[in-house]
Design a protein around this ligand. Structure first.
Ligand SMILES: [Ca+2]
Ligand SMILES: [Ca+2]
Length: 297
């Protein structure tokens, strides 16, 4: 090739390259703008619940017996199973003898001879915890009277509520909640940043029959809680320092997750006319963190 031909060829190659680049650019841009979960965040942990049988013991451990809020159910692993790609937490009306029964005790965990209900509470405590990121749960909740399903987190250090609590999904008595709680001057008394959303506000009579996606976007400065991409509550982490002696911010430490179906108790409502079993179904739980700065917002 003479010099002219070489130049023409180079020009042609450059021209074609620029055309190809120009054609690729819009797709690339729309991908970057539209799909934040695959661009900004990367998946760091997930359970898709796609193997039938007991939930994966590498991911989950269990709360047992009577645990909190004077709830009616006895927690036991038997009420959790994976089936057709779903984690099913099943509330049952069944009598369970309380092995810790002491008729004269002032403690509600001891002075009940029986539990009249059973259910399950799964947690990643001591197995998996994360600081910051996007936490997502797709599930379907049973919204009938007396049922109190939740998908929430607790911080790894400190007693409640100084450890920090985040309620990504909580439901009872017709209302969805999206909350955070932390410590005050008084032991065991929390400060809340709460949001209550009656499910009738969704103007969908079939809302409870459908699966929904609950999401938390958590960074060093804020927590944002969503259902189906609707922002329910923003928590300003400049405000969430515990008012105890240590004064720590419990939302700047790793948290583990809990998925449970409570029945009755302090605020769960009256389940006595509800037909059992009741189901809380979870299709997946996914945790994403930012690629560039995994521990920053
Ligand atoms: Ca708020
Ligand atoms: Ca699934």
């Amino acid at each position: 090739m003479n010099n002219l031909k070489v130049r023409e060829t180079i020009c042609l190659i450059l021209l074609m390259t620029s055309i190809v680049t120009a054609q690729q650019l819009p797709d690339q841009l729309s991908y970057e703008n539209g799909n934040t979960s695959s661009n900004e965040y990367e998946l760091v942990w997930a359970d898709e619940f796609d193997r039938d049988g007991q939930p994966d013991p590498n991911n989950w451990t269990y709360e047992n017996g009577f645990v909190r809020n004077k709830e009616l159910q006895w927690y036991q692993p038997d009420n959790a199973r994976c089936e057709n790609g779903l984690l099913i937490i099943e509330g049952r009306r069944e009598r369970k003898e309380n092995p810790n029964y002491k008729p004269d005790s002032d403690n509600w965990k001891q002075n009940r001879e029986f539990a009249e209900y059973t259910s399950a509470s799964l947690t990643t405590r001591r197995l998996h915890s994360w600081m910051y990121g996007r936490f997502e749960m797709q599930g379907r909740i049973d919204t009938r009277p007396g049922l109190w399903p939740a998908f929430w987190t607790l911080g790894v250090q400190g007693e409640w509520p100084s450890c920090g609590e985040i309620d990504i999904m909580e439901y009872y008595q017709g209302t969805l909640l999206a909350n955070a709680a932390w410590g005050t001057e008084k032991r065991w008394v929390p400060k809340w940043d709460d949001l209550k959303k009656p499910i009738t506000d969704f103007n969908d009579p079939n809302w409870s029959a459908k699966f929904h996606v609950w999401r938390m976007d958590w960074g060093a400065n804020s927590i944002k809680l969503y259902v189906d991409d609707e922002l329910l509550n923003t928590v300003d982490l400049g405000e969430t320092f515990n008012k105890d002696k240590e004064g720590k911010n419990p939302f700047r430490q790793p948290h583990y997750i809990i998925a449970n179906l409570a029945i009755g108790g302090t605020v769960g409502g009256d389940p006595s006319n509800t037909e059992f079993p009741a189901k809380y179904e979870i299709d997946y739980i996914r945790i994403y963190q930012k690629k560039t700065e995994p521990n920053a917002p």
